[in-house]
Write a protein that binds this ligand. Structure first.
Ligand code: CA
Length: 442
């Protein structure tokens, strides 16, 4: 578990004034990592850190010799971030991540000690930056670990309406597809697939008619493990670098027909959208909560429980889903909120997902991405997918401009926001994750 330290001091401000505004996602207490270049340029992609409305370029920053406060392991870490993907930096581990965070905090803090004019040379306005996938993602695993989501889906779709028997014992997951993961702003064609109409005998191949989103968080693995080496729950988070917002777009009609017995394929592999900034577990230290399991539920097997996880395994990450339809866009109306929830409700913790992933001997590698699974809260208003909000089409969601949605239509953008706030600490945010549905190819 990461410690709360001086980088979480709520009174700290930056000499970059936009980082001090109340509504920024990126105050000096956050310092999330991403990969960028100037929009429209052919510059190489390189690592950067978001601060207010600026991106701090870690390639140029680490080239300047003898930068005050950026030396030793922190300087090595910054140099690793000069690459077009952050994998080498992620592989360096928690001591390097923390050293660079502390060095950047000192350089950006409003205390008059750093060479502000020199550091300014390494700033790029975020509005002028093109953001890319922050890492070469080797493998993507998507979990199914919100009991509120699983209960709602089971009630709607399972033959007896019951949770799968293994849900309360196993942090369930499937291995996902990496090639179609895109960064926020991704657009994709409505997928085709095989669909069996209700009561039908022969499936047909056609565009998806029940397109949905899934509100998830994505966890980037930093330090891997050797094949056959199990990661204990007590050290699981030493392998985890940080978290982004993730939309696991899902074709429900294709999924219903193809998913038995081997899991989703066409229903999930056409697109997955991640937000560009990785908020580090270090930055998230103040927003931990106890992980709890109701006494009436099965308690986890020994490899999936320990005191540290009980004490602080949960994370209170607040989440919001918005929709922007073509009509909203053309009428210049703002996107409309569909739901809000928090990750604190989740049935299995990120640490438990890592411990379980490796429990059979599977090796994780730097840059691997773990999806949390759809994040839904206890009430329907907190649902993380449209299929839950609209009861699988039985109760379409009414939008304020007169439109309604049971599933997504062409032109719809889905927007996720995430943030953390807690009394005594600065609010930090994840930025925006958005993606848009284009019509199916003929
Ligand atoms: Ca999912």
């Amino acid at each position: 578990m990461r410690e709360i330290d001086l980088t979480h001091d709520a009174s700290a401000t930056s000499w970059i004034q936009s980082a001090n505004s109340d509504d920024t996602d990126f105050p000096i207490q956050n310092l999330p990592f991403g990969v960028f270049r100037r929009s429209g340029s052919d510059e190489p992609l390189r690592g950067g850190v978001a601060i207010g409305d600026q991106v701090l370029d870690l390639a140029t920053l680490s080239q300047a010799a003898d930068r005050d406060g950026l030396d030793g392991i922190a300087l090595q870490a910054a140099k690793a971030c000069a690459a077009p993907a952050l994998n080498d930096f992620l592989a360096m581990g928690p001591a390097a991540w923390r050293a660079l965070r502390h060095a950047l905090f000192r350089l950006l803090r409003q205390d008059g000690k750093s060479d502000i004019d020199a550091i300014r040379q390494s700033l790029c306005p975020m509005a002028a930056a093109e953001l890319a996938l922050p890492a070469r993602i080797g493998d993507y695993t998507d979990f199914y670990t919100s009991i509120h989501h699983a209960r709602a889906i089971s009630a709607l779709l399972a033959p007896k309406g019951e949770l799968p028997r293994n849900f309360q014992w196993v942090p369930t997951a499937y291995h996902g597809r990496v090639s179609s993961i895109g960064v926020a702003g991704q657009t994709f064609r409505r997928p085709h697939g095989q669909v069996l109409q209700e009561g039908g005998v022969t499936p047909e191949y056609r565009p998806c008619q029940r397109l949905d989103y899934e509100l998830e968080l994505g966890l980037y693995i930093g330090v891997g493990n050797a094949p056959g080496e199990r990661v204990a729950l007590s050290s699981a988070e030493d392998h985890a670098f940080g978290i982004c917002l993730l939309n696991d777009w899902s074709a429900r009609d294709i999924q219903a027909w193809e998913m038995t017995p081997l899991g989703p394929f066409h229903a999930k592999n056409f697109a997955t959208t991640v937000s560009p900034w990785i908020v580090t577990l270090d930055a998230l230290a103040p927003y931990r909560e106890p992980w709890t399991r109701s006494a009436s539920d099965p308690q986890p097997l020994p490899y999936l429980q320990d005191d540290g996880n009980r004490a602080a395994g949960a994370l209170d990450i607040r989440l919001e889903v918005l929709i922007e339809t073509d009509r909203m866009r053309s009428g210049e109306r703002p996107p409309q909120t569909l739901s809000r929830t928090t990750f604190a409700h989740h049935y299995w913790s990120m640490g438990q997902m890592i411990a379980h992933h490796t429990a059979g001997g599977c090796n994780l590698q730097a840059g691997d991405l773990l999806g949390s699974g759809t994040i839904s809260g206890p009430s329907r208003a907190e649902a993380g997918a449209l299929i839950e909000l609209a009861l699988a089409g039985q109760m379409p969601v009414q939008l304020s401009n007169g439109e309604s949605r049971s599933f997504l239509e062409d032109g719809d953008s889905v927007i996720f926001r995430g943030w953390c706030e807690r009394k005594g600490f600065r609010r930090i945010g994840f930025g925006v994750n958005h993606g848009r549905v284009l019509p199916a190819r003929p």
